[in-house]
Design a protein around this ligand. Structure first.
Ligand code: MOS
Length: 730
């Protein structure tokens, strides 16, 4: 590879398909025969692990700053209406209080500022007296200490003119409209109605998923201060460069005036990925108004009330098949809620467009605007709730055909994209299905439900197939060959706890043909140049691509050059030259559950996922991400339930006491492993492991619950009251 070869690189020689257990990387490392700790393909713990477990690393709220003031967020007590008055007199008289910012004195924001999906009123805080949804921030109280700010916030006297609101989302809502097609058009292939009419078996069912919260361990926090004309920010987010651009737009600043750093982030799960968070908008306002460094940290409850969640979905899936199991038609209509303040696409039909061959495919995405805060991506956006619907419906098809659900999938393997007609870059779903089935012991399963009992428990097994879009987004890396023989690698990446630092160090070492000890990696700083964020399972692919190309360019210039020597590479052009193809990760998830019919309790006993995720950079960390993803899928299947109270329009269970996330006691024996795979359209052969672990898991569990009980669970989560068979007389 050389600097001018910007076209999609073929697999390096000797690499048709490399899994984690296969030795060998694309190039020998200078002066070594064994691969050193931390090279691509070796299992290395996180570089920053010791610093994290000893408390040495600093998260956003830990940033030491002199003269720091603290902002306390005040949220609306009503769900919709107008602020009549905010009486600040008592608060302003309290000790340590510097002032109150509300819609009457807040800096004016650029209302064109938004997220990937366009202008986002969710971040246009304190701009008017209107309250568009519950939990809306309406003021920031700023004081010398966080405690003083909190006390003063309690002393604000706010009066409202309440207005009616609507949070009653459903597919049939009168305001339902076609969703904006951010990711491809809705599909219309063949004649779905004719194929359904000609089918031997038709499944036609509705599947419902609730609002779901990212629920990162680290609450959102931002510290902002001015250094001359330059705004300095330390913030918890998933992409400091993208956040810096948003802040610049929002506050009418030159992008060069804004520096955002996010050195360590305690999880994001999508909740730190859209535009910029309320903590940051308010911190920048406060440092501008009071000319002091200001920190704003959300409470746990404020995270639930003010930070985007996954929208509720309501999906209708119709599948028609011939008696031999060949699909004639897939029709998938997926409604999801949006806010009236911003557009968004929960792309639930992604898998229906690509996973199975069918003569006719029709997908429709429906947005339903209601009075809620703007939803945004959470843990495999679109694909995760969409997979629950599609893969549950496939299991129902298998049931009605009296066919093994694994066999049903194998019979409908497409040779090209069923909707796009494009070739697959590398499709390894069948390998995942077969190897997963073998390891799980699927062959001995009796496909009829309610056939296994252990004492009072019903036992069942289920499976699901999955894909998740793979690819990269434009990013720029710079590498300096230092005079001492080390290499400084700079990329505006964000490590949100995934191990990106460790993975990118390995990628850089491989690309530069040196030991990982020679790499000094700089990330998490918008000053390092344009970069995609940790989102869409495209962080590592996007950043690695830039690093790999920059390294090739540097190597081509090194001979005899004077050191230090710095080169940069922007992947925009390379990515634009990629041939259009279907690029996806794949997985098959297998599951065993027990159900107590007397209590309705479902317990997952075994979970096994086989994954085709391209070349694996670090099997330890990749496996950890996939296992974590499967736990999130388990959590979605059985526990997580963002309940919105129709009587108040608010989240009922907006904290970790009420919003249960799978804990250790809920998590069984989980295994995740890889089939040999390689992505030909990526210089490092990788696809991304961030989200696919989550995607198929809920359907696999729901299908296992059916197998155990004989009853379908089409509404998540599968709560005991939905499973309970021996109900008390009413
Ligand atoms: Mo993610 S939910 O792609 O930030």
């Amino acid at each position: 590879m050389n600097a001018s070869s910007t076209s999609p690189s073929p697999a390096p020689a000797g690499h048709p398909a490399i899994g984690p257990s296969t030795a060998g990387t694309s190039a020998p490392l200078a002066g070594t025969r064994e691969r050193p700790l931390g090279a691509v393909g070796t299992a290395r713990p996180r570089i920053e692990g010791p610093a994290k477990v000893t408390g040495a690393v600093r998260y956003a709220a830990d940033e030491p700053t002199g003269d720091l003031a603290h902002g306390w967020v005040v949220t609306s007590a009503v769900t919709r209406g107008l602020i009549r008055d905010i009486d600040t007199s008592a608060a302003l008289a309290m000790p340590g209080v510097l002032g109150v910012i509300d819609h009457r004195n807040a800096p004016r924001l650029n209302l064109d500022a938004g997220s990937f999906f366009g202008p986002d009123g969710g971040m246009h805080l304190l701009q008017s007296d209107e309250i568009p949804h519950s939990g809306r921030p309406i003021a920031l109280v700023v004081a010398e200490t966080a405690e003083q700010a909190r006390s003063a916030a309690m002393a604000l006297r706010v009066t409202y003119d309440e207005e009616p609101y609507d949070v009653n989302f459903s597919l049939e809502h009168p305001a339902a409209r076609p969703a904006t097609s951010f990711f491809g058009e809705d599909a219309t292939v063949g004649d779905v109605d004719m194929e359904l009419a000609a089918s031997a078996v038709v499944v036609d069912e509705r599947y419902v998923t609730p609002e779901a919260h990212g629920a990162a361990m680290e609450p959102h926090s931002a510290t902002a201060w001015w250094e001359g004309e330059r705004l300095q920010v330390v913030d918890s987010n998933q992409g400091p460069f993208l956040v810096a651009m948003t802040v610049a737009t929002l506050f009418y600043l030159d992008p060069k005036q804004v520096r955002v750093r996010s050195p360590h982030v305690g999880g994001g799960f999508g909740s730190k990925s859209g535009g910029c968070g309320p903590q940051l908008v308010l911190a920048v306002m406060a440092t501008t108004v009071f000319d002091r460094p200001v920190r704003v940290t959300l409470t746990r409850s404020q995270v639930f009330q003010t930070v985007s969640m996954r929208p509720a979905t309501d999906q209708r899936v119709r599948i028609g098949v011939d008696a031999d199991g060949r699909l004639r038609a897939i029709s998938h209509t997926a409604a999801f809620e949006v806010s009236k303040l911003a557009d968004y696409l929960e792309n639930c039909t992604e898998l229906s467009n690509t996973l199975y061959a069918a003569r006719a495919i029709r997908t429709r995405r429906i947005a339903v605007p209601v009075d809620i805060l703007p939803p945004y991506s959470v843990r495999g956006p679109g694909a995760t709730p969409g997979s629950f619907a599609l893969e549950s419906a496939m299991d129902e098809v298998a049931e009605r055909l009296d066919m093994d659900p694994l066999e049903l999938r194998l019979r409908n393997e497409p040779s090209v994209g069923p909707v796009s007609g494009l070739p697959f870059s590398r499709r390894n779903l069948v390998a995942c299905l077969r190897e997963g089935a073998r390891r799980f012991g699927w062959a001995t399963r009796d496909r009829h439900p309610r056939t296994r009992r252990e004492g009072r428990l019903l036992v069942g097994t289920g499976m699901a197939a999955t894909s998740f879009g793979a690819g990269a987004l434009p990013s720029t890396a710079s590498i300096t060959a230092e005079a001492d023989g080390d290499f400084t690698v700079a990329i505006g990446a964000s490590d949100i706890g995934t191990g990106a630092r460790t993975a990118l160090t390995a990628v850089a070492a491989e690309a530069l043909r040196v030991n990982p000890e020679k790499i000094r990696l700089l990330i998490a700083d918008s000053d390092l140049g344009p970069a995609w964020g940790a989102g869409g399972s495209r962080g590592t692919t996007s950043w690695s691509w830039a690093i790999t190309e920059a390294a090739a360019k540097l190597r081509s210039q090194l001979g005899g050059a004077t050191l230090p020597l710095t080169v940069s590479f922007d992947t925009t052009e390379s990515l634009g030259e990629l041939p259009l193809m279907e690029r996806h990760s794949y997985s098959a998830v297998f599951c065993e559950v027990t159900v107590d019919p007397a209590t309705g309790e479902v317990r997952v006993r075994r979970l096994l996922g086989m994954f085709a995720v391209g070349r694996v950079i670090n099997p330890l960390l990749a496996r950890s991400q996939l296992v974590g993803g499967m736990i999130m899928g388990l959590s979605m299947a059985l526990h997580e339930d963002g309940v919105r109270d129709p009587a108040t329009g608010r989240h009922v269970n907006g904290d970790f006491a009420g919003y249960h996330i799978a804990a250790h006691a809920d998590v069984p024996d989980i295994e995740a492993d890889f089939v040999p795979d390689y992505e030909p359209g990526d210089p490092s052969g990788i696809k991304g492991v961030g989200e696919i672990g989550t995607v198929g898991t809920a359907a696999a569990i729901a299908n296992a619950v059916w197998h155990a009980t004989g009853s379908r669970q089409r509404t998540l989560p599968i709560r005991p009251d939905r499973v309970l068979e021996e109900r008390p007389p009413s």
